[in-house]
Design a protein around this ligand. Structure first.
Ligand SMILES: [Zn+2]
Ligand SMILES: [Zn+2]
Length: 309
């Protein structure tokens, strides 16, 4: 009941889709932030930090052994996160998991490392260790200081046993980035998908849209109707929404591939917009013109996508 009330409370929050990064490192105004601490299920809590430009999510597993966090906004947001953690019971942060390398997910690494063990897919470590020049950032990002580098990395999958919970991280494919992890809390039946999916009405994108479709299909197979889905920047979601989204994405990929092989240019395909089949996903709103999302699908099917993002 508690969870249902909490979920109802955030249903009103619907965030529109964004490109890979709608605004830049250092632009989030944490002086105007509002923090919400939302019980999810079992000993999982979600810290939501709302800034004027966006919302950031930190999933927290708490128990006698300490805290395990999934993601953390940039370091400037840490006082807010730490205050929320202190209010929850002043436990030490023992593990920090990164769903991917973007600055709005790894900002806690330099704060809590090396005391907390940072865990991520192996490409996250590679990217944090070296200067990154993604197309969406006007300035290079990193390299991050050594204390921010993940200490434990994996290629496909890894499980952490902590606070009585089994926490599994899976890298199914390149998707939003080349180092995405999906984090399952097996006992609580909660999954944190990071930025590879936005709840109903949203369109998460990335470097490989076929990879996102593959990853989301794998999640769909794995979860059930009771699973609570935590996303990087949108409200809570569930299996029903994911089951609606996956075929739409798959159909759109197939459609763009067909159009492209028939000789249509990228501009012509983008000008047509999202197929009408998306109507239920955006209802009661209209299907938006989303050139970024269509461009990412086009880049995927034509193998012109730049993984360096
Ligand atoms: Zn991201
Ligand atoms: Zn993000």
């Amino acid at each position: 009941m508690k969870t249902i009330l909490c979920l109802a409370g955030v249903l009103a929050l619907l965030f529109v889709c964004r490109p890979l990064s709608a605004f830049q490192l250092g632009e989030a105004d944490f002086t105007k932030a509002e923090t919400k601490v939302i019980p999810v299920r079992g000993n999982i809590t979600l810290i939501q930090i709302h800034v004027p430009q966006d919302v950031f999510h930190i999933a927290v597993l708490s128990g006698p052994e300490g805290y395990l966090l999934v993601d953390h906004p940039e370091a400037a947001g840490n006082p807010l996160v730490q205050k929320a953690l202190d209010d929850m019971g002043k436990r030490p942060v023992k593990f920090l998991l990164n769903t991917h390398w973007h600055y709005d997910h790894v900002g806690g690494n330099e704060i809590y490392g090396p005391d907390a063990i940072i865990v991520a897919q192996e490409n996250v470590r590679k990217r944090l260790m070296t200067k990154q020049t993604p197309a969406w950032s006007p300035t290079p990002i990193g390299p991050y200081p050594e204390r921010a580098w993940p200490r434990i990395t994996f290629r496909d999958s890894l499980t952490i046993h902590f606070d009585g919970e089994d926490i599994e991280m899976d890298h199914y494919a390149n998707g939003h980035t080349d180092g995405d992890s999906v984090v399952y809390f097996a006992k609580a039946n909660v999954v944190d998908v990071g930025d590879i999916f936005d709840s109903k009405g949203g369109l998460a994108g990335g470097v490989d849209m076929e990879g996102i479709a593959r990853s989301l299909s794998a999640i769909l197979e794995r979860i059930n109707d009771q699973t609570i889905i935590i996303t990087g920047h949108s409200r809570f979601s569930n299996r029903g929404e994911l089951a609606m989204f996956v075929p739409l994405l798959e159909q759109t990929i197939a459609h763009v591939r067909q159009e492209s092989s028939a000789g249509k240019s990228e501009k012509e395909i983008l000008d047509e917009g999202l197929p009408e089949a998306w109507k239920p996903w955006f209802a009661p709103g209209a299907v938006p013109v989303d050139r970024d999302f269509m461009h990412q699908i086009y880049a995927t099917v034509t193998h012109t996508s730049n993984l360096n993002q």
